[in-house]
Design a protein around this ligand. Sequence first.
Ligand SMILES: O=C(O)CCC(=O)C(=O)O
Ligand SMILES: [Fe+2]
Length: 265
Amino acid sequence: MKYELSKKQIDDYQENGFLVIENFLTPQELQRWQHDTDEAVAQRLELQPGFLNNQANPDDFYSRVFTQCLRLADTHDGMHELMHDPMLGQMIARLSGVNGIRIWHDQALYKPPFGNPTGWHLDNPYWSFYHRQSISIWVALDDATLSNGCLYYIPGSHRQARNDNVGISSNIGALFNTYPEWRSIQPVACPCQAGTAVLHSGYTAHGAGANMTISPRRAMTCAYMPDGSTFNGQRNILPEKYFQSLKIGDLLQDNEVNPLIWKEN
Ligand SMILES: O=C(O)CCC(=O)C(=O)O
Ligand SMILES: [Fe+2]
């Protein structure tokens, strides 16, 4: 894995709210990520037959945006090893400028053949903490192209975003009703080869195109919470019992739920 970051890459990330790292994985590493992600997703779908984004109706628009499998590191040893890599944690912390990083959740996002576009959204407002330095990595397991649903970003939006958000629905541009000031910023498309990592701030507006091809567009992602983040009252992925035990403002520091993968000593 290409863990090194230049000052220019860090500056670009801070300026634009996203960063593309080509050849992040070597061809051998890419094979492993593809294999482990496919296996972990297949196991998850076997355990929960018919599982598609927890939507009752498989014909629902959102079910056809992507097959979304969360927290695969909990159920797959290989994925656990990939996601808990402290070197990856250190890189993520350097890019976002924090001194400790926890996993919020990993998730595989497979956009199926003829899959719907991913509506414009912000990530962090969905989560159970708010932190301006939250960050995600999105690793392409297939070439992501303009034809099969590569990512798009609104550069600089992370500096203006609030915690207002919209659901990922069939109105893919709904976010621009909440943030009309972004209607005049040209989105940047990020087509990339398999093995590329694309990183974005939890406050950068992003979406992805439709998949107009006969093959899936697979990605493995992980969202991170800076160490020291506090509970904002939203459940999101928190286990029910833990959620019930929390008060707004409590530190989120349960290592089972949100593993600390790197901390500066
Ligand atoms: O893969 C996609 O279509 C969307 C990815 C995304 O929203 C994310 O990684 O936060
Ligand atoms: Fe997202």
